[in-house]
Design a protein around this ligand. Structure first.
Ligand SMILES: CC(C)(COP(=O)(O)OP(=O)(O)OC[C@H]1O[C@@H](n2cnc3c(N)ncnc32)[C@H](O)[C@@H]1OP(=O)(O)O)[C@@H](O)C(=O)NCCC(=O)NCCS
Length: 125
């Protein structure tokens, strides 16, 4: 294990962002694949909140914060066929992870109607 990050997000906060800023919030923070997943089914706000938490958790693991020029969409939550989530990085986030020697991620998400949490572990193998 190289690093660990964790984050917790209020689902209401994300619901408000979706209601008030709709498309601009989606496009700025989430990839097309994430949007497609979150918009299907009846737990839209929870899925978005969990992915928001995951992005923050990954940033904590990278140790840089958003000031390093990382875009929200540089960190993507991708689901394996089993439903297990993992992390795909691009852009500045991928560059920083490469310098740190990150080879893989272990990501876990959980959400209720009120709260979403994410834990992201970066590994070197
Ligand atoms: C994984 C599982 C235990 C989740 O438990 P839960 O208490 O209902 O829900 P939580 O809020 O704690 O967790 C939900 C998250 O678990 C993650 N998850 C789903 N399947 C997973 C798996 N096989 N392994 C690890 N994590 C998984 C997802 O990230 C999901 O959030 P998302 O849909 O926003 O991506 C449960 O869904 C399960 O047993 N799944 C087995 C696989 C399955 O039935 N898949 C059907 C998918 S339609």
């Amino acid at each position: 294990m190289l690093a660990h990050g964790i984050d917790i997000v209020e689902v209401d906060r994300i619901r408000r962002m979706l209601d008030e800023h709709g498309e601009s919030f989606r496009q700025r923070c989430f990839t097309a694949g994430e949007i497609a997943y979150c918009e299907r089914g009846g737990r839209r706000d929870e899925h978005y909140a969990a992915r928001f938490a995951a992005k923050e958790a990954v940033l904590k693991a990278l140790g840089t914060g958003w000031s390093a020029g990382i875009a929200w969409t540089d960190v993507e939550v991708v689901l394996l066929p089993s439903g297990q989530p993992t992390v795909a990085l691009r852009g500045k986030a991928a560059e920083i992870a490469s310098v740190l020697g990150v080879k893989a991620w272990a990501l876990s998400l959980s959400h209720t109607s009120g709260t979403a949490v994410a834990s992201a572990i970066a590994t070197g193998a």
